[in-house]
Design a protein around this ligand. Structure first.
Ligand code: ZN
Length: 202
């Protein structure tokens, strides 16, 4: 399986990092070794002093496809989950300044915590609230109605370039409020009122 992630899919998040609002999706990938499942703790690596959480709705691809039209894209996923796109912001900033790829900032081991998955029909996908708490305080509150590119648009766009296979995950971008984690922190994440993520930074 592979993990495809979308950068800058919420306008207010693009603005908070002083990035332009994109006219087509910004895509990057994480390897399977980035997954962190079952609310296992995240061990803070020593190569970064500025790892940020980015809470994102994740869709799980349920069948193989390429060159998928937007009209049928909705049939390519049946389940959604909540994920974190951990980002070594200091490394990313250095690489951006040099015009280099983001890989080391985005694709390191366990940089993609993922929750269990829920059936999509239980939710209004165009008006889906999700949130992240850092310790006792809420730090991110997103609504999929604010996505620049919808789930269907993302599936269609990505599949023009990269075949999608059953089990692939798409991390669909983070809303504003990203910030740094420290050892001893606890992250809890929700889709609507359902707690899906709850793990510690060690
Ligand atoms: Zn992200």
């Amino acid at each position: 399986m592979k993990i495809i992630a979308v950068g800058r899919n919420y306008i207010e998040h693009a603005r908070e990092l002083n990035n332009p609002v994109p006219s087509s999706p910004v895509i990057f990938m994480k390897p399977e070794t980035a997954l962190l499942k079952d609310n296992a703790p995240f061990y803070h690596p020593d190569f970064s002093n500025d790892i940020h959480y980015e809470a994102e709705i994740v869709i799980k691809i349920c069948k193989e496809g390429r060159h998928i039209s937007e009209k049928y894209a909705g049939t390519y996923f049946e389940e959604i989950g909540l994920g974190i796109d951990f980002t070594a912001r200091d490394i990313q900033q250095r690489h951006k300044e040099k015009g280099l790829p983001w890989e080391l900032a985005k694709s390191f081991d366990f940089s993609a915590p993922i929750s269990r998955f829920l059936p999509k029909q239980d939710f209004d996908l165009n008006n889906l609230n999700f949130s992240l708490n850092l310790n006792a305080g809420q730090v991110q509150l997103g609504n999929t109605g604010n996505m620049i590119f919808t789930f269907e648009k993302l599936i269609s766009f990505i599949s023009q370039y990269i075949s999608l296979k059953k089990g692939d995950l798409i991390y669909t971008g983070t809303p504003e409020g990203v910030g740094k984690i420290s050892i001893g922190d606890r992250l809890t994440g929700y889709i609507e009122n359902e707690k899906l993520l709850d793990f510690e930074i060690k």
